[in-house]
Design a protein around this ligand. Structure first.
Ligand code: ZN
Length: 213
């Protein structure tokens, strides 16, 4: 454990920085959202529940094992951490998972506008299709189940009527994906208010370098 302390310290600071950016940008409110980072196969950092993530301090970030049990820290492990664990189990390349409730991403899910339609080139190039899961009761083990079909091949997933889950090789990447999903959801939603957005054609999609859409 001792040799991991410098890494843990650094990650705790970064988690707080990301949490503040999420809160400031309105991707979460109140005590919403959770952030985790993988340290080893059996050790993770995770934000505690019932804390405003905009004001969270490094020492409040919990150390948790792969059973979802707290190893070090005073708070309560986020009830959504099992959804994060499910993502880590499926993806050995992932070292950070973020969950938030960004308004436009939730809105498109509520009114069933799909983010899998090829309408925005920037979204296709970076995240490809952003799928929406089946509905799961927030804070329960259902979350871990509904993401299973999608986490293998997607770094950003809309949780139906609930929020967004992003996976990254590090915390910064997971946050950038979250920001991109929300910005794209906003644009696509606003477009839908006027008319159905134009889909890119196959040639245009192929030029973006993402096939199989
Ligand atoms: Zn949530």
């Amino acid at each position: 454990m001792k040799r991991l302390l410098p890494q843990i310290k650094k990650l705790r600071v970064k988690i707080c920085e990301i949490a503040r950016r999420m809160y400031t940008n309105g991707f979460i409110s109140s005590t919403d959202g959770n952030i985790s980072a993988k340290i080893t196969e059996d050790l993770f950092l995770c934000t505690p529940s019932n804390k405003c993530k905009g004001e969270i301090k490094p020492e409040e970030i919990l150390l948790v094992n792969k059973m979802g049990e707290k190893v070090v820290g005073d708070g309560v492990v986020s009830s959504e951490f099992f959804t994060h664990l499910s993502a880590y189990e499926e993806r050995s390349d992932v070292s950070a998972v973020i969950h938030a409730h960004p308004p436009f991403s939730v809105v498109v899910s509520l009114v069933e506008i799909s983010l899998t339609e090829p309408v925005l080139p920037e979204l296709i190039m970076t995240l490809g299709k952003v799928p929406t899961t089946d509905y799961a009761t927030p804070g329960t083990s259902e979350g871990a189940k509904v993401i299973k079909p999608w986490v293998k091949n997607h770094n950003a997933i809309i949780l139906k009527s609930h929020g967004v889950l992003t996976l990254g090789k590090d915390l910064e990447q997971a946050y950038i994906f979250l920001e991109r999903v929300e910005h794209s959801a906003k644009i696509i939603f606003l477009a839908h208010l006027i008319k159905k957005p134009r889909r890119l054609n196959i040639t245009q999609i192929k030029k973006l370098g993402k096939l199989g859409l």
